[in-house]
Design a protein around this ligand. Structure first.
Ligand SMILES: NC(=O)C1=CN([C@@H]2O[C@H](COP(=O)(O)OP(=O)(O)OC[C@H]3O[C@@H](n4cnc5c(N)ncnc54)[C@H](OP(=O)(O)O)[C@@H]3O)[C@@H](O)[C@H]2O)C=CC1
Ligand SMILES: N[C@@H](CC=O)C(=O)O
Length: 345
């Protein structure tokens, strides 16, 4: 079975996903009898390529590594260049679109439009972008359903760690009363490096170099990235139509190495915590830095690792610990969603 893909957005995660297919494509074909074939790549500044029979991934990666763009990919009969994202989604022969453009924390665009165009053209969407899920979940979910296509976004919360599929599939039957965790890799990595003595700016720069941070890292340090993940968890896992204005949100942008040092002197550690709690007054949602004591299990979650605890009425608390950011880890989330589409056909 061949599953044809359009990649929309070809930054860190997009390239990480292509590397995974280069390394594991044959193995995946043998184990699952699925061949994932990339027929289009469309990126704002790197350019756009489409070939109905598939692009050569070795040449794509060589071209982007050598030139930073796709314009020097060689001409072959049938190759189309220059389609915009929407033209790619509309015109290509792909079965699924993988949406990996930047997350716009104000509007969710252009990714919301990409979903609308894909669904009305009867294409599945797999995405790591948080915007459409956080801001337009109900509308897009209905649109995908009306058009008989799938919309999967495991990578939007905790990258390759199954923070959404765990409650959906494995914890089902429980009433989840509370969700709480460390949900941003960049800030957690920054706390670790600031404890090592780096300044706020140095720690942020490192997180950017490692591919953890958003294109605009304000989203990470002001807490909006966690806010979006909290909206996704509320809407998707708890089925509660939470909006961004319902969430109290404070980030770490004003924190200094002194704050980190003071916490250390008190035998404590800062963590940026996102939480959702069902109360008699409704769903209480917060994002804020908290000082946790060193014997709190969250204190041991360091670097770009994240952790999330689901308080369940039947099974008790279940905690998932795993990568919260990273190029390959997030590329894996794309892969597992695509395999899931094939397995549930
Ligand atoms: N990195 C991580 O660890 C994780 C990332 N995510 C999410 O995954 C998505 C991708 O992340 P990442 O790869 O790190 O981000 P990057 O900023 O590296 O890549 C985003 C790419 O999207 C391109 N782009 C922007 N607008 C458009 C458009 N209209 N059409 C086509 N391409 C466009 C950008 O192009 P150009 O640069 O040429 O302008 C860029 O190449 C983001 O939404 C992020 O929030 C989710 C989980 C973890
Ligand atoms: N910028 C985000 C990436 C994953 O969502 C983070 O640092 O967690």
């Amino acid at each position: 079975m061949t599953h044809k893909l359009d990649l929309i957005g070809f930054g860190g995660v997009g390239q990480g996903f292509v590397e995974i297919l280069r390394e594991k494509g044959q193995q995946l074909k043998a184990a699952n009898e699925i061949e994932f074939k990339i027929v289009s790549i469309s990126d704002l500044y790197k350019g756009s390529l489409h070939h109905p029979n598939g692009l050569c991934l070795d040449t794509v990666m060589k071209t982007v590594k050598e030139t930073g763009a796709l314009y020097d990919y060689p001409d072959t009969p049938g190759l189309v260049r220059g389609w915009s994202s929407e033209e790619t989604i509309t015109n290509s022969n792909a079965d699924s679109v993988v949406e990996m453009t930047f997350t716009d924390v104000q509007t969710g665009q252009p990714a919301i439009d990409h979903c609308t165009v894909a669904f009305t053209n009867k294409k599945n969407i797999v995405m790591t972008n948080k915007g459409p899920v956080a801001l337009a979940y109900d509308r897009l979910f209905s649109l995908a359903k009306e058009n008989g296509v799938k919309w999967l976004f495991e990578g939007s919360v905790m990258s390759g760690s199954p923070a959404l599929r765990l409650p959906e599939l494995t914890l089902t039957g429980n009433d989840i009363t509370e969700i709480r965790g460390i949900l941003n890799g960049t800030t957690n990595y920054m706390f670790m490096r600031m404890e090592d003595g780096l300044t706020y700016e140095e720690a942020l720069r490192e997180a950017q170099e490692k591919g953890f941070a958003e294109a605009d890292p304000t989203a990470d340090v002001e807490g909006y990235d966690v806010l979006y993940k909290i909206l996704i968890l509320a809407n998707v896992v708890l089925g509660y139509p939470l909006k961004r204005e319902d969430v109290t949100c404070k980030g770490i942008a004003n924190m200094t190495t002194n704050d980190i040092k003071e916490a250390k002197e008190q035998g404590r550690r800062w963590k940026l915590i996102g939480s959702l709690k069902k109360t008699d007054q409704g769903l209480l949602a917060t994002v804020q830095p908290e000082m946790v004591s060193l014997d709190d299990p969250l204190a041991g979650i360091s670097g770009a690792m994240n952790a999330i605890t689901y308080e369940c009425d039947l099974s008790g608390p279940i905690t998932l610990v795993g990568a919260g950011a990273g190029i390959k880890e997030t590329g894996f989330a794309v892969l597992i969603d695509l395999i899931h589409i094939e397995r549930t056909k």
